[in-house]
Design a protein around this ligand. Structure first.
Ligand SMILES: *[C@@H]1O[C@H](CO)[C@@H](O)[C@H](O)[C@H]1NC(C)=O
Ligand SMILES: *[C@@H]1O[C@H](CO)[C@@H](O)[C@H](O)[C@H]1NC(C)=O
Ligand SMILES: *[C@@H]1O[C@H](CO)[C@@H](O)[C@H](O)[C@H]1NC(C)=O
Ligand SMILES: *[C@@H]1O[C@H](CO)[C@@H](O)[C@H](O)[C@H]1NC(C)=O
Ligand SMILES: [Zn+2]
Length: 488
């Protein structure tokens, strides 16, 4: 610790207790949900071929590679996004589905909560529900990730024992903040959380116009809920007027840097490419690639911010891989990324259009819209069309549509869920080289805490008696302890 004359003088006039021995700094944690190594190659190959770049082309992320992260949770080699984010927020392994609690269901403080208590400004910027697992892991504490109604109250700062820990939240999932008497609500009760937030001092915004008008010096805390459910996929932006992830990230950085310009402390924001994962779950490579490209654009926004503000660092990694993507199949040594170049709509939205139509209209929709326009196929066969048309439920349609292109591109997916492979680790900014190499994912959270120089254990002590159980759930904390020696 260095106490200069200047800092002693500053401390004397400071409103913050204690000496300002923290050099002012900002932390940007980027999470690419469900983005594994095969997806990286698919997106890179797609960009390289479609832009006619040389074969040694490097993406915005490739240039920042420093290592890799292991992804297992406390109870499985295949994590979910809840346990996969708790490691970053709290530095501890926990069971799949847990948020802000350890493997015994006991609340653990997060580095974002500790940073907020110290004087940092904090935020989350996502494309999923704001209450979805990754953002929720930074500012909520529940036994099961499905407890969205309680998560919303905690993230909004409406539970006194938890306090308000966020100054900014941008994303989707407005439904968890709407009374169950409102159409589209996904809350368990009739509380109107958005009105409660306004009464508690939040500046709230709910659409593109209001987003555009948020000034950099907006009164904090500020929220932006730009979709009832998830913010649409990038490939579907042409039919949805919503702010994109890079736009939300840029706005968040402007707001948080403005809010801290005269402060001894900087800001800490978590930015998530949430729907890379969703497209993986749908086995929809064209949509997956466009979500990844949007994530690269977000990395560019963040990189430029760091170039202009060198007291800022960024870490970017994934919580896990999704879909078990393989580039190559049927013993053929081929992968054709450009098969996805003419896709114009996510399989998710295209299939929803099929299933909401009366049976008599479906044939024309498949042969005139879904295959030639949405997937951009130039040679639609009878076999492919009848398989899509035969879909009775969403899952059948997703598989038939995915399959329609996978043979031409010569790829395959092995799962509709997650896999257990290591994921890449990227970083930019002073001291991040300390994270070089292969790491257990908990090391990343511990490093974030160390970088911020905050006391997470003090928060854990404060949270010991909070309610982590949302009615009507009554989950008992996990009693199954993963056997590290087991070969299962
Ligand atoms: C809405 O929430 C109230 C409690 O706030 C509950 O009594 C009621 O059953 C809920 N209605 C529905 C349709 O879930
Ligand atoms: C995409 O569309 C263009 C223009 O119609 C066409 O030339 C090209 O062959 C199509 N690509 C694929 C993979 O179908
Ligand atoms: C579709 O066209 C492409 C390129 O012309 C060809 O390689 C592929 O085999 C065709 N697919 C089918 C199912 O006919
Ligand atoms: C593709 O993966 C599915 C499982 O997702 C499997 O049933 C199928 O046999 C695979 N196809 C090839 C050609 O490997
Ligand atoms: Zn997932």
């Amino acid at each position: 610790m260095r106490y200069s004359i200047v800092s002693l003088v500053l401390a004397a006039v400071s409103t913050v207790s204690g000496l300002p021995n923290h050099p002012k700094k900002n932390l940007i944690m980027m999470v690419s949900d469900g983005f594994g190594p095969a997806s990286e190659v698919a997106a890179r190959a797609y960009i390289q071929q479609s832009q006619k770049y040389p074969e040694d082309y490097m993406t915005n992320l490739d240039k920042l590679l420093i290592g890799s992260s292991r992804t297992r949770s406390s109870d499985s080699f295949v994590t979910d996004s809840a346990a996969g984010a708790v490691v970053f927020a709290s530095g501890v392994k926990t069971y799949n589905n847990a948020l802000g609690v350890d493997r015994n269901g006991v609340p653990v403080g997060t580095n974002m909560e500790a940073a907020h208590r110290l004087g940092y400004k904090t935020g989350v910027v996502v494309k999923s529900y704001i209450t979805d697992a990754t953002p929720a892991a930074f500012a909520s504490h529940v036994l099961e990730r499905d407890m969205n109604s309680l998560i919303a109250e905690q993230m909004a700062g409406l539970i006194p024992e938890v306090g308000r820990n966020l100054d900014l939240m941008f994303g989707g999932g407005k439904c968890t903040f709407m009374s169950n008497s409102t159409k589209g609500s996904c809350r368990a009760d009739n509380r109107d959380i958005i009105s409660e937030m306004k009464a508690a001092g939040w500046t709230t915004t709910e659409n593109r116009d209001e987003f555009n008008k948020i000034p950099a010096n907006v009164k904090l805390p500020v929220s932006g809920m730009y979709a009832i459910k998830n913010v649409p996929y990038a490939i579907d932006y042409p039919i949805n007027d919503v702010p994109s992830l890079p736009e939300m990230a840029k706005k968040a950085l402007d707001i948080l840097s403005e809010a801290t310009k005269n402060s001894e402390y900087g800001f800490y924001v978590m930015i998530e490419g949430s729907r890379i994962d969703h497209a993986g779950h749908d086995n929809d490579l064209g949509t997956h690639i466009r979500e990844i490209i949007e994530y690269y654009e977000t990395i560019k926004v963040v990189s430029e911010f760091i170039d202009a503000n060198p007291n800022t660092v960024m870490i970017s990694t994934s919580d896990h891989e999704t879909g078990g993507l393989t580039l190559g199949r049927d013993n053929k040594y081929v992968f054709r990324p450009l098969v996805y170049a003419n896709q114009t709509m996510s399989i998710d939205i295209s299939c929803a259009g099929l299933l909401e139509r009366p049976l008599k209209d479906r044939g024309a929709y498949v042969t005139e819209k879904m295959l030639p326009v949405h997937l951009g196929m130039s040679n639609v066969t009878e076999a492919i069309a009848s398989k899509v048309l035969a879909s009775k439920i969403r899952a059948d349609c997703l598989l038939a549509m995915s399959d329609a292109l996978n043979r031409d591109s010569n790829i395959n997916w092995s799962s509709l869920g997650h896999s257990g492979v290591d994921v890449n680790l990227y970083a930019k900014g002073a001291t991040t080289e300390q994270l070089a190499g292969n790491h257990e994912n908990t090391d990343i959270g511990k490093w974030l805490t160390k970088y911020l120089d905050v006391d997470v254990n003090a928060v854990t002590k404060e949270l010991a008696k909070i309610n982590v159980n949302q009615y009507p759930y009554t989950r008992a904390p996990s009693t199954y302890v993963f056997d590290y020696i087991s070969h299962d």
